[in-house]
Design a protein around this ligand. Sequence first.
Ligand SMILES: [Zn+2]
Length: 392
Amino acid sequence: MMRRIVAILMAGLIVGQLFAKSVDVDIDFYTPDPSIDLLEDVEGTEVKNIILMIGDGMGLGHVAMTRFYAVGANGRLTMERFPVTSFVNTHSAKQLVTDSAAAATAMSTGVKTNNKMISVTPDMLELPTVLELAEKKGLSTGLVATSTVTHATPASFAAHEKKRKDEDKIAADMTASGVDVLMGGGREYFVGPDDSEGKRDDDRDLFREFADHGYDTVTTREGMLKSTGDKLVGLFEYHAMTSEGDEPTLREMTAKALDILSRNENGFFLMVEGSQIDWAAHDNDPDGIVYHTLHFDLAIREALEFAKKDGQTLIIVTADHETGGVTIPKGDLDGDDLDVDFSTGHHTATPVPLFAYGPSAERFSGMMDNTDIAKRIAELLGLEGLEEAVTP
Ligand SMILES: [Zn+2]
């Protein structure tokens, strides 16, 4: 027995050394946060605006490895300066390990569904989302992502479909949702039949339909920066965003969304997703995790700068699930010689961190369920009708 355990330990050591990956990525774009102090939370409980920021697949290991590499063990990412933290359980209705669709449905509707489903119950009733209820109440709403905007996470805030892969149907749902700002990739699902890159089965040109409904529609960073409208659809790639070419960064998209949405006196709800942290983790690519987590952190800083000035904005930063089973077996305090291990190329059931700043941030502490996020958002914004499933 003893010999067997030793053999397993030895094998584990060898395998561990074989599979640990060192981190080496250019992060010149990231300026460290000037302070490492915990932020003081704002006084008062009046919540006018909520910004929900989802790092797809971003577990505590992803946050920690990114900090070690970018600012050292004694530094802090911006999200790590938020005064309120908690952990979130992520299981879906019937599975311990969730996918992004069921997880985002929980966070947007307060109800757990099956993996692959977009804001519908397992028996196909439609679940109202916090974004839709905010629209109904006269708030402005926005969705920003670096994947296609029709990908599972953003989709679950403004669409209702049985299958997450039906991105053309999701695009049509989103067009009807009333969302005021929609930015990211995925133009292929919105363009009409005369665009050879288009992937729609019908003859609709949703990009044109948005324009007909008074939206500015743009496809370049410059177009986005120049837009002056109160509604904006920016689809910068046919597929997912690439971090190359004529694209805005996640931070720039966040800034633009805040500029537009904050014009509404009634307030706003904005969801921003760092979509590709998850993809790097699926690839067991530590460099990609660091790169995308830092871009996400800069978007968080943009939101924080807005919230600090505004005083009535609550920011919630969390993840939909952990991806990769990330651990950090080796490194020094400066983040040199950093090794990262992965236990899987898939999602895990490990709870994810949540960071909150702003009025009523303390409502997001303790051990939470992912459905609590939607419930508390609805409560704080005074939204009615959450968890009331309807026949489509
Ligand atoms: Zn995900």
